[in-house]
Design a binder for this molecule. Structure first.
Ligand code: URA
Length: 275
């Protein structure tokens, strides 16, 4: 019989490392209560012979109510309005910090906005922060970040000459894939981040970033190595190189040669644009 420490270790290794509530919720008793509760009364205009209303069940706490009841479209509209009102990257970071429309914020420990040099000619975009990034609030600092640093060094770059961000600025619990809705809610922010950083080149690290930046529908193994384009809201076209994500390369070392080819192409294009 495993002891509690072993059990927690097992959960942590399996990626279950994010409690969603402070206290456990007994879902079985909720289902049971729903089954035996009478159907909610239909609301009618009060009539002369109507009985006094019986007390209503207590309402959920206001924060739960607000989060659950804002329609998805309104969250996206709010994200657009906030993102477009940011005139600088610092303002954008503040807007994101104050934005409650994405549920990922409530399970993440930190906002992971960006690292590197916002004035750099090249911007690298990943998908979403992992555990280490969430703990520190800095993108690409775990194992895949260390590989990214080596890949940057291989083409003469580092975090003083490159800007690094993600399409999603909060860690999804247990590193799950962000939902399409979460991506849409975060989209106005990362699009504005690109517009404000205004790099000459973008590198999309992995399929989700490549799709988010170029709207391409093919898988990353087809997309990689071929220059695409990202259109900003103000109509600027920025070349994008889709390439393999460092986390994928850590698991598939034989594919590193393809990423190397992509990075050489990036280096040559960057040189042509900046010299
Ligand atoms: N993977 C990503 O896509 N982004 C990070 O910041 C870390 C890992």
């Amino acid at each position: 019989m495993p002891n509690l420490r072993e059990l927690l270790h097992f959960y942590s290794e399996a990626g279950v490392d994010t409690p969603l509530e402070d206290l456990p919720v007994d879902r079985f008793s909720q289902v049971e209560a729903k089954r035996i509760a009478p159907a909610a009364p239909v609301q009618r205009a009060p009539g002369p012979q109507q009985q006094p209303e019986s007390p209503q069940p207590s309402q959920p706490a206001p924060s739960t109510l607000t989060r659950a009841t804002v329609p998805d479209d309104a969250k996206i509209a709010m994200a657009r309005q906030l993102a477009s009102s940011a005139a600088t990257l610092e303002e954008l970071r503040e807007q994101l910090g104050a934005f409650d429309g994405c549920n990922l914020k409530f399970t993440a420990k930190n906002l992971v906005f960006a690292d590197g040099n916002p004035n750099a000619s090249i911007m690298f975009v990943g998908e979403a922060p992992g555990r280490e990034e969430d703990l520190e609030g800095v993108p690409f600092i775990g194992r895949s970040g260390q590989l990214l640093d080596r890949m940057l060094a291989a083409i003469g770059l580092d975090r003083t000459s490159a800007y690094i961000a993600n399409t999603i600025p909060w860690r999804p619990p247990g590193n799950r894939t962000p939902t399409p809705l979460e991506t849409e809610i975060c989209r106005p922010f990362f699009e504005r981040q690109i517009e404000l950083a205004n790099p000459k080149l973008l590198v999309a690290l992995g399929g989700p970033a490549a799709k988010a930046l170029t709207n391409a529908t093919e898988g990353i193994l087809r997309l990689r190595g071929n220059w695409k384009s990202h259109s900003t809201a103000s109509g600027i076209e920025i070349p994008v190189m889709p390439t393999l994500h460092p986390a994928y390369l850590l698991r598939n070392a034989a594919q590193k040669r393809f990423a190397w080819r992509d990075f050489v192409s990036v280096k040559m294009r960057l040189r042509a644009l900046t010299e």
